[in-house]
Design a protein around this ligand. Structure first.
Ligand code: 5AD
Length: 354
């Protein structure tokens, strides 16, 4: 326990550990260590963001995807997936409703659907920004060219989410078909950051073939890449994928890693993800208590929600829906946090003097 405690202290002070130390921290974790990490994570988060929890309205714009990622329910080869695509008008309607409900960030997420050319996507971004200049627009639309990212940024998109999925290139190749490469993924992330987006990376916890050494690499990657946002959630199998019979990740390890990431980057925007809420009825709360400060309720039209099934039983209604924001607010209040009507931008280290 003493080595574990001294590593936690070191992480708190230096915001950095070696890969070997991250391995030790993960492999030798105990419920007590998790509690200490969560308390420290909560303390630094409160110093920067207080008890605010930022909300994002998630609009799942299309489940049509040209990729065939082995873990994902909307992969191209899944014949059982009923495909849909929202029209630009439907997307704007979602924003109208979201604005009324108090959302000031809209996240457009979708498969890599060729319909969303630069022209189409830029026109939607421009429309949202014109209608709601006080709102942030986040895109989560996969790998695109530098030129494309630049156009989207110039049109007014503020943030971009692109999970790196795993920081180990061999593991990346076990999760994706050969058309997708780790190198391309990392290059996209670097490009997004260079252009000036608030950039988010992230990975799945407990994905097939993942070892502790790989998770440690993920933490090192997060440490060095310095993302503004970091989305992590448990892997959850989907019945119509090659990984149907694989074991899913746990809420316990996900929360432990959330606390570590909060200590690596005190100012990072860290969602308590839908996947975490899906595998544990109190997953959202547990994530927030571990150091997360963002939740992303579903703002998609209710008729398409069930179709954006990345994994089995993915939550989309109930307290997961944007319309039940008040309920979510109550749940957050019950654990000492407040949902705020705010864009919820990342606070820069310099401004905060940390
Ligand atoms: N389990 C958990 N997360 C998944 N994602 C895709 N499929 C799954 C799954 N089966 C995550 C990926 C992707 C994000 C949009 O959803 O990390 O980047």
């Amino acid at each position: 326990m003493t080595k574990l405690l001294s590593l936690i202290d070191k992480l708190e002070q230096n915001h950095s550990l070696t890969v070997e130390e991250y391995v030790y921290l993960i492999d030798n974790r105990t419920p007590e260590a998790a509690k200490i990490l969560a308390e420290k994570a909560d303390k630094v988060r409160r110093q920067i963001y207080g008890n605010a929890v930022f909300i994002r309205g998630l609009i799942e714009v299309s489940n049509i995807c040209k990729n065939d990622c082995y873990y994902c329910g909307i992969r191209k080869s899944n014949r059982n997936c009923e495909r849909y695509r929202l029209t630009p008008e439907q997307i704007l309607d979602c924003c109208d409703e979201g604005y009324r409900l108090g959302f000031r960030t809209f996240v457009m997420q979708g498969g890599e659907d060729g319909f969303f050319t630069d022209e189409v996507l830029c026109s939607i971004v421009a429309d949202i920004k014109q209608r709601y200049p006080d709102c942030a627009v986040t895109l989560s639309m996969g790998e695109r060219s530098e030129e494309s990212y630049q156009k989207l940024f110039d049109t007014g998109a503020d943030r971009y989410l692109l999970r790196h999925e795993t920081a180990d290139s061999e593991h990346y190749a076990m999760l994706h078909p050969k058309e997708l490469s780790f190198e391309d993924r990392i290059n996209c992330l670097k490009t997004l950051k260079k252009i000036g987006f608030q950039t988010g990376c992230g990975f799945m916890v407990g994905s097939p073939f993942q070892t502790t050494a790989m998770l440690a690499k993920d933490l090192k990657f997060v440490e060095e890449f310095k993302p503004d946002m970091c989305g992590i959630g448990p892997f959850v199998p989907h019945k119509d994928t090659p990984f149907a019979d694989k074991t899913g990740g746990t809420a316990e390890l996900t929360c432990y890693l959330l606390s570590i990431i909060r200590l690596i980057h005190p100012e990072v925007l860290l969602p308590s993800t839908t996947a975490l809420g899906t595998i544990d009825p109190n997953g959202r709360e547990k994530g927030i208590l571990a150091g997360a400060n963002v939740v992303m309720p579903n703002l998609s039209p209710s008729i398409v929600r069930k179709k954006y099934e990345l994994y089995n039983n993915k939550l989309s209604d109930g307290d997961e829906s944007a319309q039940r924001k008040e309920n979510l607010a109550k749940r957050m209040q019950s654990i000492g946090y407040e949902i705020v009507t705010d864009r919820g931008d990342v606070k820069s280290k310099k401004k905060e003097g940390i």
